[in-house]
Design a protein around this ligand. Structure first.
Ligand code: 13P
Length: 249
């Protein structure tokens, strides 16, 4: 994928299926500029229903998948199941998955491989907790997440990946990273991509910012040189606020 403007919503564990259906329909009525890709990351249970009313302008992502295609893993959903029904993307490595479900970089590397083998595109999340930000070691922390989780991929595989930088201290807290803090980290991520994969691959990567993105701050954040859009939690749960974020590019 060439670098794109992306507005991605992460519904997390919110909305019933019928509420999700109404939200998806309302979003489908929003006109999406040609140079913007819109994605919604929805609960597994919603996916079948939303695919049955799928609109070309709103792509569908799962919020997780397993690293095997089948087997004795009670309660899990595999990447081949998602690919088979026509899911476009999967979000991997969200900080909530890392924290509450103990997903580490090694496991995420396996999930990434399994998703890509099944031709799913991946939104790969990284980001530091508050204590790391206070110490000022966030660049090294995020580098390690990417080196261990992502950098085993070939440059060709990397084309199906979008990176989302989500500082944990800004998620659901109302405290947004400043546009400059986002730009600094995004530039850092692009520089380590350049070192590993070369300038063309780094320039082609879409890097999203996540953490309290709202209609009131999206324009300024998305306006930064290395910020290609957002991964939006709370503000993606209402069609009017997510619509306003789509319009901020
Ligand atoms: P909020 O936009 O609610 O802070 O959530 C961000 C996020 O975690 C998106 O994945």
């Amino acid at each position: 994928m060439a670098r794109q403007n992306i507005a991605a919503g992460n519904w997390k564990m919110n909305t019933t299926v019928s509420e999700g259906k109404d939200l998806y329909k309302a979003l489908s009525n929003h006109s999406v500029p040609e140079d913007v890709t819109v994605i919604v990351g929805v609960p597994f249970l919603h996916i079948g229903t939303l695919l049955s009313i799928k609109h070309a302008s709103i792509k569908i992502a799962a919020q997780n998948c397993h690293f095997k295609n089948s087997g004795a893993y009670t309660g899990e959903t595999s990447p081949s199941m998602l690919a088979d029904i026509g899911v476009d993307y999967v979000i991997l490595g969200h900080s909530e998955r890392r924290e509450y479900f103990h997903e580490d970089n090694a496991m995420l590397a396996q999930k990434l491989d399994a998703a890509l083998e099944n031709k799913l595109k991946v939104i790969f999340c990284c980001g530091e907790p508050l204590e790391i930000r206070k110490q000022g070691t966030q660049n090294a922390y995020v580098s390690k997440q990417l080196e261990e989780g992502l950098f085993h991929l070939t440059a060709d595989q990397l084309k199906d990946v979008v990176i989302a930088y989500e500082p944990i201290w800004a998620i659901g807290t109302g405290e947004t990273a400043s546009p400059e803090q986002a730009q600094d980290m995004h530039a850092h991520i692009r520089s380590i991509l350049t070192n590993k994969y070369g300038n063309d691959a780094a320039q082609d990567m879409s890097i999203l910012y996540g953490g309290s993105v709202k209609p009131g701050n999206a324009k300024e954040i998305f306006g930064k040189e290395d910020v290609d859009g957002g991964l939006v939690g709370g503000a993606s749960l209402k069609a009017d606020s997510f619509g306003a974020i789509i319009d901020s590019f």
